[in-house]
Design a protein. Structure first.
Length: 117
């Protein structure tokens, strides 16, 4: 089992910045990949940025150049630095982890990000 706890969401004006954190606990050794997804009201959940199984990063086109995923392996924590935020970035942001071998997906509880215009 893997537990994920997000933090760092909030209300920010357009053009501002936020940094989200996702702390993993439990069977962290079994995690193959981690990343961030978001879901806006009335829309499907979408990928924002992830670390792939090979350790490389993948960012959605809509956030490239503005958002950056990073991690601190010693703290079992993944971050999402969000700069130049836009109102359309408003969503609940979820941390996700995929377990090696079983490919089980784990999700955090989500953190709200609201960008005002």
């Amino acid at each position: 089992q893997v537990q994920l706890v997000e933090s760092g969401g909030g209300l920010v004006q357009a053009g501002g910045s936020l940094r989200l954190s996702c702390a993993a606990s439990g069977s962290v050794f079994s995690i193959a990949a981690m990343g961030w997804y978001r879901q806006a009201p009335g829309k499907q959940r979408e990928l924002v940025a992830t670390f792939t199984v090979r350790g490389s990063t993948n960012h959605a086109d809509s956030v490239k150049g503005r958002f950056t995923i990073s991690r601190d392996n010693a703290k079992n924590t993944v971050y999402l630095q969000m700069n130049s935020l836009k109102p359309e970035d408003t969503a609940v942001y979820y941390c996700a982890a995929t377990q090696r071998i079983t490919s089980t997906n784990y999700w955090g509880q989500g953190t709200q990000v609201t960008v005002s215009s």
